[in-house]
Design a protein around this ligand. Structure first.
Ligand SMILES: *Cc1c(COP(=O)(O)O)cnc(C)c1O
Length: 426
């Protein structure tokens, strides 16, 4: 395929000479904006413009950018020890972070395995679940049951448990292992279906996997906490582990520190990442209940968990994550989330009556306007940048996941931009 020579006004992403952008048709996507600095909820671009950030760096920067407490922790750790290997060697930032996570998480989720991205944290969760059964001499539990609308990462293993449309399974048929896909049990019919599926195949399922309360990348789809209680019961009945992917929902985003708290459900394994370091460094954690961990204790060396990313438990990332947890203790984050929820509900409500809008919904610091269709996300994104806001529509939604520290007037700029841009587009 050939590309037309670029004209100055119509540069595309492909005119950036060396970078290959994520989820981007480089030939048609607009030339990317260039960020040069950040502060709180503001991003400054190379051309001097300043944007109010509605996305918080892909749902990670919960304290806003460049928080002084996080910055200080990063600098202190950089001077002392930026990195060491984690094989046979541990360090204080990781020991402390693991202890704090175990104390914060519900139940006996006590064993923390660090990795460097959400996808890999979920890969580890799946490996733990499958090997948990094998180590106990249970045969045939090798399948993972996941749900339509789910998203757990972009690695090949995770693609096999993401919603097949989103993961473009057809393109990779033959590469991906076949797993078991179901509808979330949100009503009597889907619950009956899932019960029937498990009655038939339950003894081949190592784990049931879901994002609790919100399927994020699937389109910010919300479900009731009761759904998680149903899954917990079904897992117990069928001897299957429950893995909750709290990579997006963890650390306050849905209004509680972890989404599973709203259901009173303790998963067997939970995956954390995104806001774990307050959006400053790449870090992830897979946390297992004590009983899962104990299935790996054995005289048999083969019963060990064979996984270990090179940058596992990077001290800089762990120090920054500890600083982020400090801020949850010293600053009123969950109150801020509740205030954001109220403001989002109030200020996005006018969208409901616009033509082409299917739904407006809010949970915690997540505000969603769902459209019938979103034909040109690039044009919308450009319109938002022209209004001085950074909002990145995808699928059929325009959404906000701001920093919890965003000022009310900044949030109003974001919601006003959405109302105005959608009104103009209608
Ligand atoms: C972002 C995300 C992932 C993947 O995390 P990466 O760090 O991008 O690999 C997995 N699960 C959920 C729910 C996510 O939102």
């Amino acid at each position: 395929m050939s590309r037309k020579a670029p004209s100055a006004h119509h540069l595309t992403a492909a005119d950036q000479p060396n970078l290959w952008l994520p989820y981007t048709q480089m030939q048609t996507a607009p030339f990317p904006v260039e960020a040069v600095s950040t502060s709180a909820s503001r991003i400054t671009l190379a051309d001097g413009r300043e944007l109010v950030d509605g996305v918080a760096a892909w749902w990670t920067a919960c304290h806003g950018y460049s928080h002084p407490h996080i910055h200080a922790a990063l600098v202190r750790q950089a001077e002392r020890m930026p990195h060491v290997m984690f094989g046979g060697m541990v360090h204080e930032p990781a020991i402390r972070l693991a202890a704090r996570l175990a104390a914060m998480l519900p139940g006996d989720l006590e064993r923390v395995f660090f990795t460097d991205s959400g996808s890999v944290a979920m890969e580890v969760a799946i490996k733990m679940a499958v090997q948990y059964h094998i180590n106990q001499g249970t045969e045939g539990r090798q399948k993972i049951l996941s749900f339509r609308g789910g998203y757990h990462g972009d690695t090949l293993g995770m693609m096999s448990i993401c919603d097949p449309e989103e993961g473009m399974h057809s393109l990779f048929a033959g590469v991906l292992p076949e797993q078991v896909l179901a509808d979330l049990p949100v009503d009597a019919a889907s619950l009956a279906q899932l019960e029937a599926l498990l009655a038939e195949r339950g003894d081949s399922i190592a784990a049931i996997v879901t994002e609790p309360l919100v399927q994020g990348a699937g389109g910010m789809l919300f479900h009731d906490p009761e759904v998680l209680r149903r899954l917990r019961k079904l897992c117990d009945r069928h001897g299957t582990l429950l893995i909750l992917d709290e990579i997006f929902t963890g650390f306050g985003r849905t209004g509680t520190m972890f989404a599973c708290e709203q259901a009173g459900v303790v998963p067997d394994i939970v995956a954390l990442s995104k806001a774990l370091t307050g959006g400053t460094m790449a870090l992830a954690a897979t946390v297992a209940r004590q009983g899962v961990f104990e299935a790996f204790l054995s005289d048999n060396a083969g019963h060990a968990l064979m996984h270990g990313p090179t940058f596992m438990a990077n001290p800089l990332a762990c120090a920054v994550a500890n600083a982020s947890l400090d801020l949850f203790e010293t600053e009123p984050r969950l109150e801020q989330v509740a205030a954001i929820a109220a403001q989002l509900s109030r200020e996005l409500e006018p969208c409901r009556t616009l033509p082409g809008v299917r739904d407006v919904r809010v949970l915690g610091a997540i505000g969603v306007v769902e459209l019938e269709t979103l034909d040109n996300p690039d044009a919308l994104r450009r319109a938002f940048v022209e209004r001085g806001v950074w909002i990145r529509p995808f699928r059929n939604i325009v959404y906000l996941t701001p920093a919890f520290t965003i000022k009310p007037e900044e949030l109003t700029r974001l919601t006003t931009a959405i109302v105005d841009v959608l009104r103009e587009a209608a």
